[in-house]
Design a protein around this ligand. Structure first.
Ligand SMILES: NC(=O)C1=CN([C@@H]2O[C@H](COP(=O)(O)OP(=O)(O)OC[C@H]3O[C@@H](n4cnc5c(N)ncnc54)[C@H](O)[C@@H]3O)[C@@H](O)[C@H]2O)C=CC1
Ligand SMILES: O=C(O)C(=O)Cc1ccc(O)cc1
Length: 324
């Protein structure tokens, strides 16, 4: 095994003694791969994007192994040629890895961790990309070992599509990747996972798992809940509006339908595993929506204009930060 968490390069930064030399001769130095063998369990949208990036850059891992429970997904990953090996047994693959990245739906994280952790090598790293953190960490924790580091991560990048065909190498470029290290997370393991995501083009931010879940409840989970709900409401009104919805879908409704096309299993798991934070944000949203209803009922122009202006300001600042 060429690399383990102790000798993986912590970042792209050269040691001080070498930086001057590198500047002088200005020769690009090929970075050593962060890992020798990276196992991606669940090569769907996110997992296959990591594999594609790793293949394209060659600086994430020397060898790439994909594992999936679905024979169709395994066959497709073979056809796409985005991994060096495709395997069915997570434990068999994990025994070969210095990093195992779980990219399965959040409800499957605990059961998959239970399969891979006993097989992992001492010094190897377990990481995952789940959209929620508190309950995923709780689900994985009972199976953790003192000689395997665990680094929870969440790339804030995706689309409404899923599966191995949906991934692409640039998915994470200029997107945030949120890291929620635990008290016991070894710094070298954290540094190696930081480097992996930096080399995927992501910007990194560290926070606690609980803070992560509250932030994601408002910026990601509630918007999905609203999109699924508004599409359901429109569908319930099908007798009255079906043809109009289809005819006039170039309106605001269209933007909701993109999000509402997302994978049902993934989002069922996200909603159930971030129950408390999501219900809190939904309650606040409901209060605000009721306040808007009241303003409309009583013709409170100032309130209505103020809320719309706040929405516009958020959009403007996203565009200025190139996030939209
Ligand atoms: N879709 C998105 O936009 C984002 C998703 N995430 C998170 O990433 C994870 C993966 O999401 P996607 O890539 O969208 O899902 P996906 O549905 O595209 O891929 C998931 C893969 O996991 C496999 N799988 C499911 N259970 C398994 C098991 N027990 N053992 C082995 N493989 C199994 C499925 O067959 C599938 O190939 C989820 O935890 C999700 O919350 C994070 C950021 C963005
Ligand atoms: O497609 C969209 O609009 C998304 O919001 C993608 C996304 C989905 C889930 C995540 O945990 C992070 C990003």
């Amino acid at each position: 095994m060429a690399s383990s968490i102790s000798d993986a390069p912590p970042s792209d930064t050269l040691p001080d003694a070498l930086t001057g030399v590198a500047d002088e001769i200005a020769t690009p130095v090929a970075a050593t791969p962060v890992f020798d063998t990276l196992v991606v369990v669940g090569p769907g949208l996110i997992g296959s994007s990591v594999l594609r990036r790793a293949q394209q850059k060659g600086t994430l891992a020397r060898q790439l192994i994909a594992v999936d429970v679905s024979p169709e997904v395994r066959a497709r990953v073979e056809e796409l040629g985005i991994a060096d090996r495709v395997m069915a047994d997570p434990a068999e693959a994990a025994a070969l890895a210095d990093c195992v990245m779980l990219c399965v739906p959040v409800g499957a994280m605990g059961p998959v961790a239970a399969q891979v952790l006993p097989a992992m090598r001492p010094g190897a790293i377990l990481t995952e990309v789940g959209s929620t953190k508190v309950s995923v960490i709780e689900a994985i924790s009972p199976f953790l070992r003192p000689d395997v580091a665990y680094v929870p991560a969440h790339p804030m990048a995706g689309t409404e599509y899923s599966g191995p065909d949906a991934g692409f190498a640039t998915l994470f470029e200029d997107r945030w990747c949120l890291l929620t290290p635990l008290d016991g997370t070894p710094p070298q393991a954290l540094a190696a996972i930081r480097t992996l995501w930096e080399r995927c083009g992501a910007r990194l931010r560290e926070m606690t798992p609980a803070h992560h879940d509250r932030v994601c409840a408002i910026v990601s989970h509630l918007p999905h809940l609203l999109a699924f709900t508004i599409c359901g409401t429109a569908d319930d009104l099908a007798d009255e509006t079906r043809s109009e919805v289809l005819d006039f879908a170039a309106s605001g409704f269209r933007d909701f339908t993109r999000i509402a096309a997302s994978d049902p299993i993934m989002w069922r798991d996200v909603f159930l595993s971030n129950r408390e934070a999501l219900l809190e944000m939904l309650a606040r949203f409901t209060e605000d929506a009721q306040a808007m209803a009241r303003a409309i009922r009583w013709g409170d122009e100032d309130y209505i204009v103020d809320r719309i202006q706040r929405g516009r300001a958020i959009r403007k600042s996203l565009i200025e930060n190139r996030q939209a």
